[in-house]
Design a binder for this molecule. Sequence first.
Ligand code: AMP
Length: 192
Amino acid sequence: MLNIVIFGAPGSGKGTQSAYLREHFNLEHISTGDMLRSEIKKGSATGKLAHELISEGHLVPDDLIIRMLDERLDGIVGKEGVIFDGFPRTVVQARALEDMLARRGQSVTALVDLEVEEEELVQRIIERGKVSGRTDDNEQAVQERLKAYHTATEPVLDYFGRGGKVIRIEGTGAIEAIAKRIIEAIEAFVQK
Ligand code: AMP
């Protein structure tokens, strides 16, 4: 199985690139952000808990996210693996992911780190905010999201880096050119 973590700061293009990877490798695309937004829409208990945290740019508690993901992993059929988008966002989540996959006889294949300059990230999110309808795509929330990224999420890179599983990708340029870069890098990585 090909289990890819797509990683990067908010606005780095994780969701956009996931669509290409899903098609190319026949992967299940799991976006914890999308799952949470759908819970908010439904007005579920999880959604109620997550709503304010997300709008303010804070992370949702690890145990809630881990539980949600564990359940989601059970419903996958006919795929070659999973692309994890927006998860893990903390080292606790990274360990939990490895455990969840190990229990299913699998492991994380690689983490793809999309590298984009901070100035461009902010610009992209402000632009996206004009059409996304997301309560966290604004100047104030984006600063909080970047803070959360640097303090809680970036250590995940070292965590997988120690296992030699990090693929660094220049995340700027034409969307399709970036997709090609990622696909070629993953193919080279798995052939090693
Ligand atoms: P995203 O769509 O991945 O940018 O996620 C939007 C927001 O959902 C994040 O800013 C967090 O508030 C929350 N969120 C999504 N995934 C996670 C996660 N793995 N851990 C904690 N919070 C998350």
